[in-house]
Write a protein that binds this ligand. Structure first.
Ligand code: SAH
Length: 384
């Protein structure tokens, strides 16, 4: 298979360009087109000589993901896209807009998948129920982000996804508007979160490669604190991530404050119990200065008792971290129902009174099945 241009390092790209008889600045031109979101194909890169474009297209691949289903939530703030990969498998990604508040600027966040399916099998997670198919490559992770960059640059119109474009050229912004690096306030995206399908730290090398390009000034140029990796809690990989040069934000899907309850929800807890996980998260804070976030999805009668809230406070007291409480998304299983508002409020009060920094998140895009793996699950069911 031809190499994926997005996976080339800068020096590899310079080499490719040179091997096709072009000066090295062509590599910079290509990267500006790709990361500025103004090109949907190599042929769109109109300031490259036509003959070179042809040779380049013949020597590498660029956009390979095809959007096959798109849904936008009623409030217009969440867009979910199901992409078909070159081998016919599919993954989903989401784009979420969070309006500015008194304390925070507007955020435009892309949530990417890192695997087709997932091997972890958390009992409440739609992706877990699908089983594991394969890891995504760095290029396939980056393409998900770039799809939304192109969409933003095209002014919210359909960005066109490589093989399936069909968008009239006039719908795209002119290169002069987009190729120069936009000021931070106008960046098409403000955050990338590895919180889609799959376990990012079980696909470590590909995720690391994607982070490097998202962060690079020759890539998306996104600061490390604007990139979040969410993990189910793979301890050795958290320790490894702490030693990387790029200190991304770490989110840990905790969902319970005792091993007994966590074993039910997150089976990998049997391998990496809380007594190992929490110290690894502390190490992450010490090594990187990044305050970990603990995700806690509340399910009625399962993990939302005041006893669990008290245990959670105990577990995290003295630890500079943050808890995101999320009312659980409905799942096919009857066992796991979202917590009722009263129990959510009581749980949060208990944490707050114990001095644990926390936020109650609203579940986003429930009307479009934007929860992890939900859209793909529904499609797989339809195909049965
Ligand atoms: N494997 C990684 C990345 C997946 S992120 C991880 O576990 O962190 C997806 C997030 O959605 C995780 O926090 C996951 O636990 C959560 N999630 C999955 N199904 C959910 C549901 N039904 N309700 C609420 N959160 C859910």
């Amino acid at each position: 298979m031809k190499p994926q241009l997005l996976e080339s390092s800068y020096s590899e790209l310079v080499e490719t360009v040179a091997s096709l008889g072009q000066p090295r600045y062509r590599a910079d031109q290509i990267l500006k087109w790709v990361w500025g979101g103004a090109a949907s194909s190599i042929d769109d890169m109109t300031d490259l000589p036509a003959g070179f474009r042809q040779k380049l297209a013949a020597s590498c691949r660029l956009f390979t993901l095809e959007p096959i289903e798109e849904r936008v939530s009623r409030d217009g703030q969440t867009r979910k896209v199901l992409f078909q990969l070159e081998d016919g498998k599919s993954v989903e990604s989401a784009h979420m807009t969070y309006e500015a508040t008194e304390s925070s600027r507007e955020r435009r966040t892309v949530c990417v998948s890192t695997q087709v399916g997932c091997s972890i099998r958390c009992s409440f997670c739609a992706t877990g129920q699908q089983g594991f198919e394969r890891n995504l490559r760095t290029g396939e992770i980056l393409e998900q982000v770039l799809y939304f960059v192109r969409l933003a640059q095209a002014g919210g119109r359909k960005a066109g996804g490589g093989r399936s474009t069909g968008e009239p050229r006039g719908a795209r912004p002119t290169p002069s508007e987009t190729v120069s690096s936009p000021p931070a306030a106008r960046r098409p995206l403000t955050n990338v979160v590895f919180m889609g399908m799959g376990e990012p730290l079980a696909n470590y090398e590909a995720v690391k490669g994607a982070i490097a390009r998202l962060n690079s000034s020759r890539g998306l140029g996104l600061g490390a604190r604007l990139i979040t990796v969410s993990t189910v809690g793979l301890v050795p990989q958290i320790q490894r991530l702490a030693k990387e040069d790029i200190h991304v934000e770490l989110a840990v899907s905790l969902h319970a404050a005792s091993d007994r309850v966590r074993n039910l929800l997150v089976p990998v807890n049997k391998r990496y119990p809380l007594a190992k996980l929490i110290p690894a998260c502390r190490e992450y804070l010490e090594a990187t200065g990044r305050r970990p976030t603990f995700e806690y999805a509340l399910f009625n009668g399962i993990n939302d008792s005041l006893d669990q809230a008290g245990k959670l406070a105990e577990l995290l007291t003295g630890f500079e971290c943050h808890v995101n409480l999320i009312p659980g998304n409905p799942t096919p299983s009857k066992e796991f129902r979202p917590s009722v508002a009263r129990r959510v409020a009581a749980f949060q009060r208990e944490l707050t009174e114990a001095g644990i920094s926390n936020t109650l998140r609203q579940s986003r895009g429930a009307d479009i099945e934007a929860g992890c793996g939900q859209l793909r699950s529904r499609r797989l069911q339809r195909q049965d």
